[in-house]
Ligand binder design. Structure first.
Ligand code: 3HC
Length: 313
């Protein structure tokens, strides 16, 4: 008698075998993956906006070139992740519709405005730094296409984080005004960067199941703690003040104790009441509509050549 699907599926998960698109998987596993991977993709694409706003205003040709490369990378990350999501049986149009209608989420941090050049530096350092903590862990996720996308994306993220930190260092070692701009950017982006890891494990709707299915390999709080611990010496090296007055090394825990995130702000921004939520979505809708002619041309080309291939076969 053939083994029940669920049993075989969990055996593969427990044996650290990757689940591939053609494998049997529980409907809830598929649904959870479509949710997480598509929102990851949306985050990458929407994340292009706050940094993209500064490409024409970068302080030097070198900074402009580096920022241009980073923003282009983020677009590519989004495409890898949309392609990984499509292997689960959903179309790109459905994914874009979910984003533009507001039913799908993206990382809340991208609803904060980039007011100064130091904000662009802080995003590279803190946002990509937090993303690396999360994505290095996700390289071991159980779904094959997601894991392979993460391995490729992580290679580029380290450049993103290094260029941000280097720009931050230039500001922190610059004039008094530049150092103040760096401190101001740190103060405004530090806590939203901690929110990137999601709610506390006890409040996380998906974590327990995602850990059982090895979609997630470490919990929200564990990854957040890793990020907090690594950021303390980076702030010290910059010569800036830590935004968390309660940050304190705990010898017993071998981690930093820290203050509480403003969860009311977290959920408020997720609900659409952040500084830039409406602007981010209307920009995406406008750009998508402007690109309709490209999609029409590609579809017409494919249709013509598919007909020619069928005729030749
Ligand atoms: N912003 C917006 N929504 C968030 C969020 C955040 N920072 N953190 C959690 N949420 C949402 C979740 O999506 C979920 O809502 P949903 O049920 O409608 O999807 C709800 O809050 C409860 O959170 P859970 O912890 O239960 O959800 P998850 O188990 O999915 O954990 C997560 C949240 C840790 C963000 C997880 O989804 C994850 O690891 N996602 C992949 C990583 C990711 O998306 N990172 C953003 C990358 S952006 C980036 O890298 C760009 C950079 O390079 C500039």
């Amino acid at each position: 008698m053939s083994q029940p699907h669920e049993e075989r599926f969990m055996q593969k998960i427990d044996a650290e075998e990757k689940i591939e698109p053609k494998d049997w998987m529980p409907a809830a596993y598929r649904k959870n993956l479509i949710r997480q991977i598509s929102q990851h993709a949306h985050s990458e694409v929407i994340g292009m906006q706050p940094e993209g706003n500064w490409i024409t205003r970068a302080p030097s040709l070198r900074r402009k070139a580096v920022l241009l490369a980073k923003v282009q990378d983020e677009g590519g990350h989004g495409l890898y992740l949309y392609s990984a999501t499509e292997t689960l049986g959903i179309t790109r149009d459905e994914l874009i519709e979910a984003l533009q209608s507001g039913t799908a989420k993206y990382a809340s941090i991208f609803n904060y405005p980039t007011q100064t050049w130091a904000d662009v530096a802080a995003i590279g350092w803190l946002v990509d730094g937090a993303a690396i903590c999360n994505q290095v862990s996700l390289q071991r996720t159980s779904y094959g296409p997601y894991s392979r996308a993460m391995i490729r994306i992580c290679k580029e993220e380290s450049f993103h984080q290094r260029q941000g930190y280097e720009a931050m260092l230039a500001m922190a070692r610059g004039s008094a005004e530049q150092k103040q701009m760096a401190q101001d950017a740190l103060n405004r982006f530090y806590w939203p960067a901690l929110m990137m890891f999601g709610p506390h494990d006890a409040e996380s709707a998906h974590s327990a199941q995602s850990m059982t299915w090895k979609i997630k390999r470490e919990t929200n709080d564990d990854l957040r703690q890793k990020f907090i611990d690594q950021t303390v010496p980076q702030i010290e090296f910059l010569g800036l003040d830590h935004p968390d007055p309660e940050i304190q090394w705990n010898e017993e825990r071998r981690h930093y104790d820290h203050g509480e995130i403003d969860w009311e702000e977290f959920y408020n921004v997720i609900k659409g009441n952040g500084h830039a939520n409406r602007q981010r979505l209307s920009h995406h809708i406008h750009a998508h509509e402007e690109g309709q002619w490209v999609r029409d041309a590609v579809n017409a080309y494919n249709k013509k050549h598919k007909a020619a291939r069928n005729k030749a076969a």
